[in-house]
Design a protein around this ligand. Structure first.
Ligand code: NAD
Length: 485
């Protein structure tokens, strides 16, 4: 019980408040399954207040019509407070989600960088003039959308929350954020930071609560102007249906089954490091997990031997221990789902190269630990090669040549990320052009920056986050024509 946090409330209109019903939900430390914090459960009345506060802040114009350079300066202050409080934020993210402290520190650094990038863009959002016939002057105005909603998952709460909130605020919007009930704490800390940085009240509101209640009520709300949802395809579909009631625009960042393609001429040592990082970071709970290894037949044996060796040296343990390379999964339910996929892999005839069990030794039995697992001899049609497992399970598939690799890589309903490992630059670019993925990484995996667009093709999503694309996605374009006669 040593890690128990003080209770967390809702953040609405610049202040903390209890849920209108007084009810709370509990978050747990995934390393022990001990309660971590009691968090106020936002009821529909609370969501209404948060949406009203965000609308009010928009109408008072002290944010939307603030000198954009000043708006940027407040966002820069948020970034510096994130850096100042990085140790506390990293510890909290590690406790709430389970990820190793080292990864959580990386997340906090990435989050600060994201706020800095969008802070710098606040005064660079431009319209254009358009050539039209006659004595006319035609131009576009790029205006904020209004009240933006951000529904955030549990796997990278701080990074993925900020990835949507920062560009939305930079463009002059206001925001209502619904973090995941499994790991809501750092998004609530973000509200505190924004307040301390001088963000006007009502501009950022955070309403924690269960997805099926708070999330769905918020997504179907009449008073909002956009939804940025990051989560599973199944929930994304629900959110889209709710949004359709009021034709609310959606950005959807959904699941993946990303191929990591290793050609025979790849730098093997680098590829091994990238493949391991690509599947075992965050215990594989990543939309961009390189969960399908596509390896050329001629180098398969050597590569798999090296991968097994690397995997067997991974230390599994609590995220808050400096020694741990890989932490627990977020919940018991997630463990059951991953263990179910491991069983299906075995039943369908894949070969278990290493792992495949819950990790219990060394005091881990109470937590949600699963061994890092590799399956070889996987057929591209097997369940473990087609469905998102969202856990530390790699499925190794072999291919003959580049065309074969491409066909297997694209044989999925997802299209988020892909990795390519080769020293042949022309093959690398040809694959990059043909892969049906929103993000392609060559000789490095996974990699993304706040300034590079991120998002999926096919069922991996709609729209782009990060980069210039993100800030413009939080704007609406108005065309103005002036007859000069
Ligand atoms: P999830 O879909 O269960 O939940 C995501 C968020 O939606 C949570 O805040 C949840 O409370 C809320 N929610 C749940 N039901 C809802 C409903 N009916 N209406 C409105 N909101 C609802 O996803 P998760 O388990 O938190 O995250 C894992 C999934 O997210 C994986 O599929 C993963 O691939 C995906 N993901 C995608 C990206 C990306 O950038 N493409 C990034 C991270 C995670």
């Amino acid at each position: 019980m040593g890690n128990k946090e003080a209770p967390y409330l809702l953040f609405v209109n610049g202040s903390w408040r209890e849920s209108s019903s007084g009810s709370t939900f509990t978050t747990y430390d995934p390393a022990t399954n001990e309660p971590l914090a009691e968090v106020a459960q936002s009821e529909p009345e609370d969501v209404d207040l948060a949406v009203e506060a965000a609308r009010g802040a928009l109408e008072h114009k002290e944010w939307r019509e603030l000198d954009p350079a000043k708006r940027g300066r407040i966002l820069f202050r948020i970034a510096s407070l994130i850096r100042e409080r990085s140790d506390d934020l990293a510890r909290l993210e590690s406790l709430d989600n389970g990820k190793p402290l080292r990864e959580a520190k990386g997340d906090v650094g990435y989050t600060a960088r994201t706020w800095e990038y969008f802070a710098g863009l606040a005064d660079k959002i431009e319209g254009k003039t358009v050539p039209v016939p006659g004595l006319r002057f035609d131009y576009t105005r790029v205006e904020p959308l209004g009240v933006t909603v951000h529904i955030v998952p549990w796997n990278y709460p701080l990074v993925l929350g900020s990835r949507g909130i920062a560009p939305a605020l930079a463009a002059g919007n206001t925001a209502v954020v619904k973090p995941s009930s499994l790991a809501p704490l750092t998004n609530l800390k973000l509200a505190e930071i924004a307040h301390d940085a001088g963000l006007p009240k009502g501009v950022l509101n955070v309403v924690p609560g269960r997805g099926s209640e708070t999330g769905s009520y918020l997504a179907g709300h009449k008073g909002i102007d956009s939804i940025t949802f990051t989560g599973s395809v199944e929930t994304g579909r629900e959110v889209m249906k709710l949004a359709a009631q009021h034709i609310t625009p959606v950005t959807l960042e959904l699941g993946g089954k990303c191929p990591n393609i290793v050609l025979e001429d790849a730098d093997r040592a680098r590829a091994v490091r990238g493949v391991l990082r690509g599947i075992f970071t965050n215990a594989g709970q990543m939309c961009w997990a390189g969960s399908r290894l596509l390896v050329q037949e001629s180098v398969k044996d050597k590569l798999l031997r090296a991968l097994k060796k690397g995997t067997d040296s991974i230390i599994v343990g609590p995220g808050t221990s400096e020694k741990s390379h890989m932490g627990p999964l977020v919940s018991e339910q997630q463990v059951d789902s991953v263990m179910g996929y491991i069983k299906i892999g075995q039943d369908e005839g894949a070969e278990l190269l290493t792992g495949g069990e819950r990790a219990k030794d060394g005091g881990l039995a109470q937590g949600n630990f699963v061994q890092p697992t590799i399956f070889s001899e996987v057929d591209p049609g097997m369940t473990i090669a087609t469905e998102e497992i969202f856990g530390p399970v790699l499925s190794a598939i072999t291919f003959e040549d580049m065309e074969d690799a491409l066909e297997i890589a694209n044989r999925t309903e997802f299209g988020l990320c892909a990795g390519v490992w080769t020293r042949d630059i022309s093959r690398a670019h040809r694959l990059a052009a043909e892969l049906e993925s929103g993000v392609v990484s060559i000789n490095e995996y996974p990699i993304t920056f706040p300034q590079t667009p991120f998002g999926g093709f096919k069922q991996s999503g709609i729209g782009r986050e990060q980069g210039l694309e993100a800030v413009y996605s939080y704007c609406r374009v108005k065309n103005v024509n002036v007859n000069l006669l």
